[in-house]
Design a protein around this ligand. Sequence first.
Ligand SMILES: Nc1ncnc2c1ncn2[C@@H]1O[C@H](COP(=O)(O)OP(=O)(O)OP(=O)(O)O)[C@@H](O)[C@H]1O
Length: 218
Amino acid sequence: MLLEIERLTKSFAGPEGPVEVLRGVELALDAGRTLALTGESGSGKSTLLHLVGGLDTADGGSIRIDGQEVTALDDAGRAALRRGTVGIVFQQFNLIPSLTVSANIAFQARLAGRHDPDRAARLAAALGLTDQLEKYPEQLSGGQQQRVAIARTLAARPRLVLADEPTGNLDEATSGAVLDQMLELVSETGAALLMVTHSQSLAARMERRLHLRRGRLE
Ligand SMILES: Nc1ncnc2c1ncn2[C@@H]1O[C@H](COP(=O)(O)OP(=O)(O)OP(=O)(O)O)[C@@H](O)[C@H]1O
């Protein structure tokens, strides 16, 4: 099993005491599988992705990626996980302003030791970025920046892709192209894809769908 989550809990401090956002989440995702995660705004979807990606720490329970217990890793271990195994596409694009689009796309793949210029070029073309490669992030629209962030993640060929509303700023055709690229990575490399989406048409293209309700997946 590539990703195994058991009894995962997480609370945040609220004005009237702790708010339990995740109350015992259970999830198993095999390599080569795709899962859509839905749930109302504020139900904890981003929180769950942050915990799986090692960007925040859980209160209790277990997250194993490839048998490695994420909750037991220190900062350096979590950073290594994000460099090598887990690719994250979040709502904030976190592009590097001083690097061109082309260098941004290559950045993560280089860190992971998996940079392949041909693959990067194909991804850029598939996401409609070929004419933007020598520009800097500030010269791009929001939707273009989002596509660069997606290309950067996919170019590194992660084993587990976590995507939080990856097509939030994109029109329907471009959203479809983004999902095509994600699914191609899944079939090419056996990666697993866990995607938060409000889009019914995108969720329908995933193999499985789970809904986060009252802190649990159902
Ligand atoms: N760092 C934090 N400190 C305090 N509360 C937080 C923090 N992060 C998230 N929360 C709260 O946890 C709950 C879940 O937030 P989260 O962002 O995970 O929801 P979501 O399902 O991703 O929502 P959306 O669909 O609107 O993005 C919300 O009530 C939010 O206010």
